[in-house]
Structure formats: structure tokens, C-alpha cells
Ligand binder design. Structure first.
Ligand code: FES
Length: 109
């Protein structure tokens, strides 16, 4: 069995929840498995709904692969887009992401 990694989800009020997940799948899938509030994922990871939007902590931003054009195009139209906005269904987990911290937007319920 592969080693688990830790992911931390912080809500807009600053409440943090850390979960342990296997280092595969996506950040969105890890959130769904752990019932993280604020990640809805209506399209199930199809990169078309943007209800899996998160803000990635600055220290992790450069350690993630750049977004594909489909992701960038969707994020561009979000009201609450910030430079550190990503779609969590497009963030593939791997062992190097142990400790990754993201914040969920206030309006995503
Ligand atoms: Fe729909 Fe990520 S789950 S865009």
C-alpha cells in the first residue's frame, strides 16, 4: 500500500481540516471522500463546472503543474478568481504534495 499524504482544506473563516489520503487521484476526489464542505464538484471532475474552485497556498503554487487552457478559461470567468485560483479536480495528487494546503471560497456551497 502506498504511503498516505496529508492535505489541509481551510474554509473562508480560517477553519482548517487536515485529511490523510493516498497519493493518487485529485485534490477534488480527496475532498469528496472526506466530505469537505465548500467543494461541490458538480461535473464530477470534467473541468466544466468550476464548483471545485480552491485557492492554493502561495508556498505550494509553484510546485503545481501549470493549468491547462481549459482550466484557465474556466477560472478566468469566476467572480472570485485570484492569482492562486485552481480547480481542484485538475490537481493530480502525488507524494510530493504531502502537506498541500488549499482554501475553499466563501460562496461555494
Ligand atoms: Fe467540475 Fe472541477 S469538478 S470543474
Amino acid at each position: 500500500m502506498s504511503e498516505m499524504i496529508k492535505l489541509t482544506f481551510r474554509d473562508a473563516a480560517g477553519q482548517a481540516q487536515t485529511v490523510e489520503v493516498p497519493p493518487h487521484g485529485t485534490v477534488m476526489e480527496a475532498a469528496m471522500l472526506n466530505n469537505i464542505a465548500g467543494i461541490v464538484a458538480e461535473c464530477g471532475g470534467g473541468c466544466s463546472c468550476a464548483t471545485c474552485h480552491v485557492y492554493v497556498d502561495q508556498e505550494w503554487l509553484d510546485r503545481l503543474p501549470a493549468p491547462a487552457p481549459e482550466e484557465s478559461d474556466l477560472v478566468e470567468f469566476l467572480d472570485r478568481a485570484q492569482p492562486n485560483s485552481r480547480l481542484s479536480c485538475q490537481l493530480e495528487l502525488n507524494p510530493d504534495l504531502d502537506g498541500l494546503t488549499v482554501q475553499t471560497p466563501p460562496d461555494q456551497t
